[in-house]
Design a protein around this ligand. Structure first.
Ligand SMILES: [Zn+2]
Length: 130
């Protein structure tokens, strides 16, 4: 059976040039490759994320029960760009477990979450000292 050769996609820069697209500038906090290490075909309507550096915080679930396991929670800034030529959308704080659980917070909601975590942590320490 004959197989047609599959053309590997060009580099991201080559593909963008062929599409006549210049990406809008990244937000100042963006530090990542937008399209992965392996070139894949790009299309005008493709969207992508800007991502900032990741901070990892482990929880303490392992100490709660015999079969508990600590989870690594990852926090980072992100912004969705709906098409290759579009400007970055609003910036969100992204919280994930490295798997399917991903949560996006506007800056106001992130501050609300941080304030509630601080309030609960303060309450927990007051209780442990009682
Ligand atoms: Zn970027």
């Amino acid at each position: 059976m004959d197989q047609y050769p599959i053309e590997p996609p060009g580099t991201v820069d080559d593909q963008l040039k062929a599409l006549g697209i210049t990406l809008q500038p990244c937000p100042s906090w963006c530090t990542r490759n937008h399209f992965g290490a392996e070139p894949t075909p790009l299309y005008v309507d493709d969207g992508f994320f800007h991502y900032g550096p990741t901070t990892t915080i482990s929880d303490n679930a392992a100490g709660l029960s015999d079969d508990g396991q600590d989870a690594d929670l990852q926090l980072e800034l992100t912004s969705w760009v709906p098409t290759l030529a579009a400007a970055p959308g609003p910036t969100h704080v992204c919280l994930s477990d490295g798997g399917d659980s991903v949560y996006y917070f506007t800056p106001d909601r992130a501050r609300q979450l941080a304030a509630e975590l601080t309030r609960l942590a303060d309450q927990a320490e007051d209780r442990s000292q009682a």
